[in-house]
Design a protein around this ligand. Sequence first.
Ligand SMILES: Nc1ncnc2c1ncn2[C@@H]1O[C@H](COP(=O)(O)OP(=O)(O)OP(=O)(O)O)[C@@H](O)[C@H]1O
Length: 250
Amino acid sequence: MNATNQKAISCHELSKQFGDFVAVNKISFDVEIGEIFGFLGANGAGKTTAMRMLCGLSFPTSGQATVAGFDVYKQQESIKKNIGYMSQKFSLYENLSILENIEFFGGVYGLSDKDLKTKSDELVSTLGLEHEAKKMVGSLPLGWKQKLAFSVAIIHEPKIVFLDEPTGGVDPVTRRQFWDLIYDASDRGITIFVTTHYMDEAEYCNRISIMVDGKIDALDSPGNLKKQFATDSMDDVFYQLARGAKRSAD
Ligand SMILES: Nc1ncnc2c1ncn2[C@@H]1O[C@H](COP(=O)(O)OP(=O)(O)OP(=O)(O)O)[C@@H](O)[C@H]1O
């Protein structure tokens, strides 16, 4: 982490335009090191577009941002080396075994053979998958695939991990188990940036932002947001904000 920037993510009036269409409109926020930051918004609000800029995958049109202390315009390669990423499609190879997936991604992230051996033993045992290690990933239940994908996304101990709807399609109990892994990572100082449509997950975050039509309309802890919107339900906070949205799912 750059000594001059003690935030995991710092973003000031960051914007992205496609032609005349402003997909992300001057968003500003900081994320603390080790924080679990929820990035919420209705379909089409601009979350993926914003996340792609922060991951060093696309250039902003205007504004400033640093991720792990690195500039999103000038240091995209350094950003990529310091982050982990998991999407809803969880990017595992279904026709490779659990161990082969761990070895493949560990290799991609540049782990030495020795570290890779230690890490894969550790990971398989933490997940309780010792007996399944040689099974094809395709044969695992969805919840296990998601846990494995998350563990693989942080196998290189990145400074920040970006999770794009990581628990789509599983029940609240399985989501809760997934979040135990998130808390462990956060306790080790890994910053978590997570998008979700599930309000139970929003409640697990330290702070959440809610995007509407390209702008951040609210940002605070779940408790403070509920106070601010005079309700005891995050669903209701989200609904009060999102019902004014002009954009909808494509
Ligand atoms: N390459 C592109 N060219 C033109 N418009 C785009 C492009 N990428 C995204 N958009 C538009 O920008 C808006 C924001 O899209 P984005 O995918 O960032 O939203 P989102 O909040 O991630 O939504 P979802 O939850 O549905 O994934 C949408 O209206 C989308 O159609």
